[in-house]
Design a protein around this ligand. Structure first.
Ligand code: O7M
Length: 212
């Protein structure tokens, strides 16, 4: 089953809450990051809990182990069920995120390779594979890999056996769900839903990938 995860990068509180509420029946999770949390506040996590969907904290945590631990504690205390951290910070920093996550019974995902064009300057090639291997060694629940490069997802899938790949980059960034959905466990979609004329219809249209 491939999950549909809404990237709720909406900075207007009323609009964000309405979107989440209307689209919720067609989603498997909602991902919240800096745009929404910095504009609407961390307390919004509790309001969104009413939608009864897993809430993923996309803070791309990327600091020393002690600071990572402190951040991840705040994430789970706020009501999130998963957290996303960066992996380029190294094994000890990833481990701090994974260990703190497991104290709370949550899930931790590590960014292995990003979806935008500039990502290839640093994350490409062996670096992404290295990060994915570190994530597995640390016991992470999965990785983030780019829907804009299905060949790279395929390569990373060999490393991430039995754990999850969540994949952003569909729609606005050019990724094709027909090519990617079968390779991953979740597609992360933002603008193609929240900027659509009819966001509910857009989410429903993406539902066909949930069973692929
Ligand atoms: O569908 P979009 O392009 O409007 O939004 C994609 C979302 O996924 C948005 O929240 C990005 O910050 C996020 N994202 C990427 O687009 N590319 C990445 O490589 C990684 C992420 C992400 O979610 O990282 C955890």
């Amino acid at each position: 089953m491939t999950e549909l995860i809404l990237a709720l990068d909406v900075t207007e509180k009323k609009k964000a809450l309405a979107l989440a509420h209307d689209c919720a029946p067609h989603l498997d999770a909602i991902k919240l990051g800096y745009p929404f949390i910095l504009s609407c506040g961390l307390s919004m996590v509790r309001e969104l809990e009413e939608e009864d969907l897993p809430l993923i904290a996309d803070f791309k945590v990327a600091d020393i182990p002690n600071t990572n631990r402190l951040i991840v504690e705040q994430v789970f205390d706020a009501g999130f069920s998963s957290v996303i951290c960066h992996g380029f910070t190294g094994k000890d920093s990833i481990q701090a995120c994974v260990d703190t996550t497991s104290d709370y019974g949550g899930a931790c995902f590590v960014v292995a390779e990003m979806s935008h064009p500039g990502a290839t300057e640093f994350f490409h090639g062996e670096t992404a594979a290295h990060i994915a291997r570190l994530a597995m060694e640390c016991g992470a629940d999965g990785i983030i890999a780019p829907a804009t490069r299905p060949d790279r997802v395929r390569m990373l899938r060999d490393i991430v056996k039995g754990r999850k790949i969540l994949s952003p980059g569909i729609g606005a960034q050019g990724g094709d769900p027909d090519r990617v959905a079968v390779l991953v466990d979740g597609i992360i979609v933002g603008r193609a839903i929240y900027e659509a004329k009819d966001p509910v219809a857009a989410a429903m249209a993406l539902n066909r990938f949930r069973s692929s």
